[in-house]
Design a protein around this ligand. Structure first.
Ligand SMILES: [Fe+2]
Ligand SMILES: [Fe+2]
Length: 152
């Protein structure tokens, strides 16, 4: 099996571990600042990232590789909500680029299952990006009025 594909799967796993830590941190911080509605949605996305990290690990093990446990970036703490969204939009955009590129390489390496896994994750990451961009738009347009609706 291709070492190239295992490396791509592990790079993706590192990205997922970053996202998990980042979204869970934001979840606690938002909860603490009484933005409960936003907090529970961020938590829900974090749990989806956990499932991604698991699926990647299973695929890596199947290919006889070793799943990494290292995130690829440091978790940002204490950000204001607009900065959180900037962080998350960057994480998701980079993941989408990374997974699109990876699926092309998997096809070239004739690893259809790994390609399908990247495509499956892509669908979720596009949904996450869309959500974070929508929240950013609402804040840009409505500001504190929108944030007030996220309390509770
Ligand atoms: Fe993910
Ligand atoms: Fe995501």
């Amino acid at each position: 099996m291709s070492k190239k594909v295992i490396d791509l799967l592990n790079a993706a796993r590192s990205r997922e571990l970053t996202a998990i830590s980042q979204y869970m941190t934001q979840h606690y911080e938002l909860e603490d600042r009484d933005f409960g509605k936003l907090a529970s949605k961020f938590k829900e996305i974090g749990i989806q990232e956990m499932k991604h990290a698991e699926k990647l690990a299973e695929r890596i093990l199947f290919l006889k590789g070793e799943p990494t446990s290292k995130p690829d970036a440091v978790t940002k703490k204490g950000q204001e909500i607009p900065e959180m969204l900037k962080t998350n939009i960057a994480l998701e955009s980079q993941a989408i680029k990374m997974y699109n590129d990876a699926s092309v390489i998997c096809a070239a390496e004739k690893d259809q299952k790994s390609k399908e896994l990247f495509e499956e994750l892509l669908g979720d990451e596009e949904g996450h990006l869309n959500y974070f961009e929508n929240v950013k738009d609402h804040i840009d347009k409505l500001g504190t009025a929108y944030l007030a609706m996220q309390a509770g």
